[in-house]
Design a protein around this ligand. Structure first.
Ligand code: AMP
Length: 427
């Protein structure tokens, strides 16, 4: 509707004018689906169970109702809202969103996470924030030392609950929950709902409204997915070739191990492609510097492990490249959610070597669909044979000469070797 006043769609959700002004300033035109569903429920004071991954706009769907509530109730000097999130990157990003959305409200917030000095966080806590964003470990430390009290929290958000479980934080989460008042509003977000997470939700939510925008298997529609069947030894050359194509503006490359992330970024730098690695062994400062360079486009390639990449919120990631397939199929969904964000299109390219076929099968089972084989590449024969129902038998005789999907790399004129015959291992 061209004649609609700016922000009208947010007003319609029940958001107050100062928040809507901030959203207009952010350039948001209309709510994302998770926001349309969650905001009215959360504003009504109900508990909420949200199934949504990062990239859907879920942060605003809890931050906006909290800010509205805090702006309308009495300040008492204690923490009135707590957002618990698994990683420091996510915590920092949520903090930034609170600053942006709350710019006209004059509320106080602070962010605490581990891996950095505690002192400045103690000082910020002493100023009496209304809203606290925290990772579980540092929060518990500060609680034990008496710097944080949660007994006056009115709203509690558990963000990325499934990731808390993956990262081994679930006991810490339970301990934090035990310190909260029973009488409160709880907003619970998780991209996937494994059994333990569903049980936790059951335990801590009271008659929640349920909203879901991306069930675990539904990869963002805006992401174009493809797969290359490539042997391990050829992955490096293929990656270089892909990164040299002009459509790759900003690429996030995923590896399974920290060591792999380091090795690949060093190899890319050696062949003249600017790249940095980000993983759990890097200091907080190094991670932030790498992210900042990536965000500003100074370094167009970031090589990351799953956990380090969690919560990376960078606009304009044109490509996610899965150098290794993840062991956990849900991680595939999280990974590809780094591109195609907030309506932009993106491309997710995965490499699959002969030892990763079982992982691919698990991912496709979760997605309930096949990932198309990259243009110009025939599926390996054994894969086609193992997929009789949906993929036609390749017809090598009738098939036209495969078209190159990417420009040849200058030093190595040859494209990636065609997949080798099966080694007899297949899931
Ligand atoms: P999130 O899923 O919360 O990490 O948000 C993903 C990205 O979408 C962030 O960069 C937000 O700033 C952006 N975003 C959130 N809501 C909207 C909206 N309604 N319109 C446009 N962009 C949005």
């Amino acid at each position: 509707m061209a004649s609609e006043a700016p922000g009208a769609a947010f007003v319609a959700l029940g958001l107050a004018a100062p928040l809507v002004r901030a959203l207009v300033k952010e350039g948001y035109e209309r709510p994302t689906p998770i926001q349309s569903q969650s905001i009215p429920e959360a504003l009504s004071g109900r508990d909420l169970l949200g199934c949504a991954q990062t990239g859907t706009g879920k942060t605003a769907s809890f931050v906006l109702p909290i800010l509205q509530r805090l702006s309308k109730t009495q300040r008492h000097g204690g923490i009135r809202a707590l957002v618990l999130t698994p990683t420091r990157e996510l915590a920092a990003q949520i903090g930034e969103r609170v600053t942006a959305y709350g710019r006209h409200l004059g509320l106080r917030h602070t962010v605490i996470y581990g891996g950095v000095g505690q002192r400045p966080q103690e000082e910020n806590l002493a100023k009496g924030p209304d809203l606290l964003v925290a990772t579980p470990g540092r929060l518990l430390d500060l609680m034990q030392q008496g710097f944080v009290r949660l007994d006056r929290v009115e709203v509690f958000v558990l963000d990325e609950a499934d990731r808390m479980l993956d990262m081994g934080f679930i006991h810490d989460v339970r301990r934090v929950v035990a310190a909260l008042p029973k009488q409160r509003q709880t907003l619970f977000f998780s991209a996937t709902m494994p059994r333990e997470i569903a049980a936790l939700a059951d335990n801590i939510l009271v008659d929640p409204a349920r909203v879901s925008v991306t069930p675990a298997r539904a990869a963002a529609d805006t992401v174009e997915q493809s797969i290359f069947f490539v042997e391990k030894a050829d992955k490096r050359a293929l990656l270089e070739q892909l990164l040299r194509t002009s459509s790759v503006e900003r690429a996030l490359v995923f590896t399974r191990t920290k060591h792999g992330a380091n090795r690949i970024s060093e190899q890319l730098v050696r062949v003249g492609i600017e790249a940095l690695a980000i993983h759990g062994n890097k200091s907080q400062g190094a991670r932030e510097r790498a992210l900042d360079r990536f965000r500003r486009g100074v370094t167009p390639v970031l090589v990351a492990t799953d956990i380090a990449a969690r919560g990376i919120d960078v606009e304009g990631v044109s490509h996610v490249i899965n150098y290794d397939l993840p062991n956990v199929p849900e991680s595939y969904v999280h990974r590809i959610g780094r591109t195609g964000r907030a309506g932009a299109t993106g491309s997710a390219i995965s490499f699959c070597d002969s030892e990763e076929r079982a992982l691919l099968a698990d991912i496709e089972k979760l997605l309930r669909r096949r990932i198309p084989v990259a243009e110009g590449q025939a599926p390996p024969v054994e894969t086609a044979a193992a997929r009789p129902a949906a993929r036609p038998e390749p017809r090598p005789a009738a098939r036209p000469e495969p078209r190159r999907a990417f420009a040849p790399e200058p030093q190595r004129p040859r494209g990636p070797r065609p997949p080798r015959p099966p080694r007899g291992r297949r899931s």
